[in-house]
Design a protein around this ligand. Structure first.
Ligand SMILES: [Zn+2]
Length: 253
């Protein structure tokens, strides 16, 4: 193994992400190369520093979204230039923070039971809308912490003006509202905050019996679905599941 090859793999080595054969090759090279060993120490030091800080400052949703799109861009560059695929130095600290949520590959896993459980497509669309809303400039069409500004804004724009309760005293300040396109129709999205996190509540008219809230998880996000008075609701966020449950309880009051 050449020094350049070794150094290109150091980040992955530190993060324990190398297959055993490559790991052994790097280890062997390091044992006989003082230069690369020094480089390893630098990477390890930077890694632990980054982790230390990232634990203390959890990235807000908006930042996560920006990072996700930046990483997605970098990935597509990597795909067309195999020689740089291992050069992950620019974003590995973010991986340490667990912000790759939106990029997790593979299908979504839903634990929903009951009637709505078959409609994974809607959950997918709700989650996609949530993630898109975190991109810069996509969060709100009407931005206000006052429900008397947000609720009327929806009049004439959607079939059904959404519930916009004032949940400030419960710790969920209103951020604003937005139109989304889900399941083939324009729907209302109401945005609340919980500390640095955002909660989107999507709702639209949907005939059917009332259904109690059901929780599901996908790509690091939590979704709660329920139906009440012929309106279907989805709340989606990356807050702790318990907090999202409490939010839904407050919203439904
Ligand atoms: Zn070397």
């Amino acid at each position: 193994m050449q020094c350049a090859d070794c150094r290109a793999l150091l980040d992955a080595y530190v993060d324990h992400e190398l297959p055993e054969a490559e790991r052994a090759a790097v280890r062997e090279h390091l044992a006989g190369c003082a230069g690369c060993s020094r480089e390893l120490s630098d990477v390890e030091r930077a890694s632990s520093l980054a982790k230390e800080h990232l634990v203390h400052y959890r990235a807000p949703d908006v930042l996560k979204a920006r990072i996700s799109s930046a990483i997605a861009g970098e990935r597509s560059v990597s795909a067309s230039a195999p020689q740089v695929t291992r050069r992950r130095a620019r974003w590995w600290p973010l991986a340490a923070a667990g912000v790759l949520i939106a990029l997790a590959s593979g299908g979504l896993t839903y634990a929903l039971t009951g009637q709505r459980g078959a409609s994974h497509g809607v959950a997918d669309e709700v989650l996609a809308s949530h993630i898109r809303s975190l991109m810069p400039g996509h969060l709100t069409d009407v931005q206000s912490t006052n429900e008397h500004n947000v609720k009327p804004w929806f009049d004439g724009r959607v079939d059904l003006s959404p519930k916009v309760p004032d949940l400030d005293s419960a710790g969920f300040p209103l951020v604003g509202g937005r139109l989304d396109y889900i399941d083939g129709r324009v729907v209302a999205a109401v945005v609340y905050a919980r500390r640095q996190h955002l909660i989107n509540v999507e709702s639209w008219p949907e005939h059917g019996p009332d259904e109690d809230p059901q929780t599901t998880n996908a790509r690091g996000y939590h979704l709660v679905y329920w139906r009440s008075d012929n309106v279907e609701y989805w709340a989606v966020s990356d807050v702790e599941p318990g907090e999202l449950t409490r939010f839904v309880e407050e919203y439904r009051k």
